[in-house]
Write a protein that binds this ligand. Structure first.
Ligand code: MG
Length: 377
């Protein structure tokens, strides 16, 4: 049986320039140096360091399986090294997402987010890597529902005999830390009844009945983990495509709808999701609007293959930057129009999130102060 490959995408915001914008290139360099050494030492097969907005992204391939202690420790140490560079330069929020001083076996629960999948490599293995900034993990629930459950988006669900088998959807309750595996299309309406509540439920995994793992999302809820506001999750997602799974175009199509997602400034506003190139992912309007980037790669013999020449050195990759094209300008323009409209609400709902979702609030103090003045109606 062929050896399985694991793709691990681990991300964290460990400091940025002039607010919540982008990591300094030196931070990316020190992380790349550490991942490069891990390839030479045989821990990793390959890697690519990138970013979305202020979040550093470590894309790694290896043969160690999900939740591997050595791989997670490597990512943790790379983020620590980058945070040290950020501290030296007095960058904003240096080390923000590293919630403890010492690594404790797995990055989950310690601040960074992780999307990992282990699978047997198919003869050709196209993969899309999604990275979002200034929003929570449920942002992917609407596009996932369309990609894997809506035949009006994914024609393959109807006309491809392999896709016709359907999917199992693992849904997490990010508040109570529970999960449930549900079956699509048999339980479609029940699935959507949960996922529609984006304050609580998010998709963690999508599993095809014959191909296996199809998609995985990072669902660590930072604000709850830390017990106080330390930034939104800014989730990532890996999606395998083609040959029984949705085509690349079917996976990208739902992002042409600039849905409202919770996050943005202070993690407390609704803004329209703005698809853009990695180089265009600096938050430029009211610390946003919330961004999403999509990179296309192949997984080839356990390594990453983009547009670089085959056999180029590890780490030196040129993925397809899917939202870079002008075709997406119309979506970006619409997203900006919607985001400006939403900002018109100022501190009023639905411009801001519900009271339970606010990252911080002055209301308890105000109510306490007003208590003596409160009169029965
Ligand atoms: Mg961020």
């Amino acid at each position: 049986m062929p050896e399985k490959v694991t793709v691990s995408l681990i991300k964290a915001d460990v400091g940025s320039i002039a607010g919540h914008s982008r990591p300094h290139p030196r931070m990316m360099e020190v992380a790349s140096e550490m991942l490069g050494k891990a390839v030479r030492d045989g821990l990793l097969n390959d890697y690519y360091v990138t970013r979305c907005g202020d979040d550093m992204q470590l894309l790694m391939t290896h043969r160690k399986g999900e939740n591997n202690r050595e791989v997670h420790e490597l990512a943790w140490n790379a983020f620590m090294a980058a945070a040290n560079e950020a501290k030296k330069m007095h960058l904003y929020a240096a080390g923000q997402d590293l919630l403890s001083d010492a690594f404790s076996g797995n990055v989950r629960g310690q601040g960074p987010g992780a999307a990992e999948m282990e699978f047997e490599e198919r003869p050709t293995e196209p993969m899309l890597v999604f990275m979002a900034d200034k929003c929570g993990p449920s942002a992917y629930s609407l596009p996932i529902s369309k990609i894997f459950m809506d035949p009006f988006t994914t024609t393959g669900l109807v006309i491809d005999p392999r896709a016709h088998l359907g999917y199992d959807i693992e849904i997490v309750d990010v508040v109570d830390h529970k999960k449930v595996l549900m079956s699509s299309p048999a339980e479609l309406y029940d699935i959507l009844a949960l996922l529609g509540d984006t304050t609580r439920y998010a998709v963690k995994r999508v599993i095809h009945r014959s191909v296996g793992i199809a998609a995985v999302v990072s669902t660590e809820k930072l604000n709850i983990l830390a017990g106080k506001y330390v930034g939104k999750d800014d989730p990532v997602m890996l999606v395998r495509c083609q040959s029984g799974l949705p085509a690349v175009g079917e996976v990208l199509q739902p992002f042409a709808f600039p849905q409202l997602v919770a996050g943005w400034m202070r993690g407390s506003h609704y803004g329209a999701w703005y698809p853009c190139a990695v180089d265009q992912s600096d938050p430029t309007y009211h610390d946003g609007p919330p961004r999403v980037c999509s990179l296309g790669i192949q997984i080839t013999n356990g390594k990453i293959q983009g547009c670089e020449a085959p056999g180029s050195k590890p780490g030196d990759h040129k993925p397809i930057d899917y939202f870079a094209g002008r075709e997406w300008d119309i979506v970006r323009n619409k997203a900006m129009e919607i985001s400006i409209y939403m900002r018109g609400h100022g501190p009023f709902m639905p411009g801001i999130v519900s009271p339970e979702e606010l990252e911080y609030t002055t209301r308890p103090d105000i109510l306490k102060k007003l208590e003596p003045r409160m009169q029965p109606l």
